[in-house]
Design a protein around this ligand. Sequence first.
Ligand code: RBZ
Ligand code: NIO
Length: 358
Amino acid sequence: MLESTVAAIGPLDEAAMVAARDLQGRLTKPAGSLGALEPLSVRLAGLAGSCPPPLPEPAAVAIFAGDHGVHAQGVTPWPQEVTAQMIGNFLAGGAVVNAFARQAAASVTVVDVGVATPLPMDPAAVAGPAGPRLVAANVRPGTRDMTVGAALTRDEARAAVETGIRVAGGLIDGGAGILLTGDMGIGNTTPAAALIAVFAAVDPAAATGRGTGVDDETYRRKVDVVRGALDRHAPDPADPLGVLAAVGGLEHAALAGLILGAAARRVPVLLDGVIAVSAALAAAAFAPDAVGAMVAGHRSAEPGATAALRHLGLDPLIDLGLRLGEGTGALLALPVVTGAVRVLHEVATFDSAGVAEK
Ligand SMILES: Cc1cc2ncn([C@H]3O[C@H](COP(=O)(O)O)[C@@H](O)[C@H]3O)c2cc1C
Ligand SMILES: O=C(O)c1cccnc1
């Protein structure tokens, strides 16, 4: 399934992009006046293979949740149980991602791809008909500690990637016009940093940030943990499944799968923060053309996010200093993406509006 998904990912449609560029030039505005929205609208036309491309509606956020064996190395001050507790909060509608999803009229799907502790509440008891949904797809209760051995077996990494592909397919079959990435996993900025160091070929110190806000001593330890894991495993960036298995996380692998699944169906995927962009690097290593389906929602305050975006050649739509994850930055960027496409649908041309050209 991973192989057939990768094989289905192709380049952007040149004819649709030529048509979109031409249309942008005829709309009642000075050429280029919509800045980054113009190339974005052209790319989305190329992805859809039509001009104008469909409006990216409805939007669906998929929050992949997992725990991390590397938590034992003291890379985050937060207890591991917070991952499961936050799933309860997502299902009850009380997290920041829920507030932003309501504002953006986006659905919320929470996927337990590898949480280590029991969920605090019965999901059936909290989920209303239109409320957040839980998908139970636990590959294993958290990764192994990457400083001791591989975080996952190749089979486990593949199972998580294929979970993400299945979730993408389910959301698109359900009508979603754009997928948004979300994550929850205490400690998950550490494997994100390791993935970025490998795929973007940057030093662990440049890929590692302060996550939830760790102090100087914890930050130094975190960089040492990432460096030690890379020295130990020497992962090969040309073998993305091997990299995800050695130093990744279950939610990172599943997010890579979500991105691949969206790209194969030619549906845009709006990336959130550092966890999402680390997974996007893995997706691009599986299928370079998958980058055509990726829209960088925002620039996370984590330095690794900027290194990853540079490697992918993506410019983020907004830059607000966010460092939360969950899908929050992607949700705030969603109206920008919709606006970019709406222009191609609704704005008059100089001809049709009878406006003189220079
Ligand atoms: C209450 C709470 C809610 C969160 N929502 C997202 N994260 C974010 O912070 C975590 C990663 O940071 P680190 O690697 O430093 O542990 C992930 O769970 C990520 O989703 C949260 C973290 C906390 C504590
Ligand atoms: O950029 C993110 O998504 C992020 C940053 C810090 C902690 N958790 C997530």
